[in-house]
Design a protein around this ligand. Structure first.
Ligand SMILES: Nc1ncnc2c1ncn2[C@@H]1O[C@H](COP(=O)(O)OP(=O)(O)OP(=O)(O)O)[C@@H](O)[C@H]1O
Ligand SMILES: [Mg+2]
Length: 246
């Protein structure tokens, strides 16, 4: 069953259209991977799905309800339900790791007592293996630690839908595979739905249930990982059959 339904969607900025006529579903409890060249519009598409960029045309529905992008109420409902790991990480350098992770709770659950917030933040830090670094500032962390911290923040409101824009770019293979394991575990054990932008073939092979390939302003391929070998398109073959870096 789908949790997000996209129909006739044009994505772009002002008069510039980046993507045209997209139709696809994001399946509940599965990991959907978005693939495409740099500048093809992956982050822009994600911005539309998380309510930051209104569609130029077409519609996006969440759990069967069409999102009205001009409605504060609809957008708040969306923000409350999703977690986002931004391409740039987007942790605040003036706050400790603990405070960064606590921020969404302070925004959305003002009534939570201090101890409940602290417990929740500690759980999240533990889950991503950063519990011993809660008083560090983001600039004191390595790139991989910052990515894991951003994932902890994306998870802290216990969302059933998490968006990750290139979560493993710039990470070494071992850290990257640890992150994939975490995503797989959240999907399998907690039923979390993921939309993940990534270029890493090994990562795609490990996590993808469904793949969307963006090419020339449209979706060139939508399907399961297992369908790729049978896809006759030469671009798809060239993309997925390039050897995973050793
Ligand atoms: N805020 C913006 N205003 C106008 N144009 C934008 C804006 N953000 C992105 N674009 C343009 O939209 C196009 C797609 O950019 P986008 O960031 O979505 O690509 P991407 O597929 O995520 O690329 P990458 O793999 O490098 O992250 C680019 O041509 C970019 O210049
Ligand atoms: Mg991007």
């Amino acid at each position: 069953m789908e949790i997000i339904r996209v129909r006739g969607l044009d994505v772009g900025y002002g008069t510039t259209v980046i993507l045209r006529g997209l139709d696809f579903d994001v399946l509940k409890g599965r990991i959907t991977v978005i693939v495409g060249e740099s500048g093809s519009g992956k982050s822009s598409l994600m911005k539309t799905m998380i309510g930051l960029l209104p569609p130029l045309r077409g519609e996006v529905s969440l759990a069967g309800e069409r999102i009205d992008f001009s409605s504060e109420r609809d957008l708040h409902k969306l923000y409350r339900r999703i977690g986002v790991l931004y391409q740039t990480g987007a942790l605040l350098n003036s706050l400790t790791l603990f405070e960064n992770i606590a921020l969404p709770i302070r925004m959305h659950h003002r009534d939570w007592p201090r101890e409940k917030t602290a417990g929740r933040v500690r759980d999240m830090l533990e889950r991503v293996g950063l519990h011993e670094h809660d008083d560090k500032y983001p600039f004191e962390l390595s790139g991989g630690m910052r990515k894991r911290a951003a994932l902890a923040r994306a998870m802290v409101l216990d969302p059933d839908l998490i968006f990750c824009d290139e979560p493993s770019s710039g990470l070494d293979p071992i850290t990257s595979s640890g992150l994939d394991e975490l995503l797989n575990e959240l999907r399998t054990a907690h039923g979390v739905t993921f939309v993940v932008v990534t270029h890493e073939l090994r990562s795609i092979a490990r996590i993808a249930d469904q793949i969307l390939v963006i090419r020339d302003e449209a979706i060139l391929f939508a399907g399961e990982y297992a369908d790729i070998p049978a896809c006759p398109d030469p671009y798809i073959q060239a993309f997925f059959l390039r050897k995973a870096e050793p």
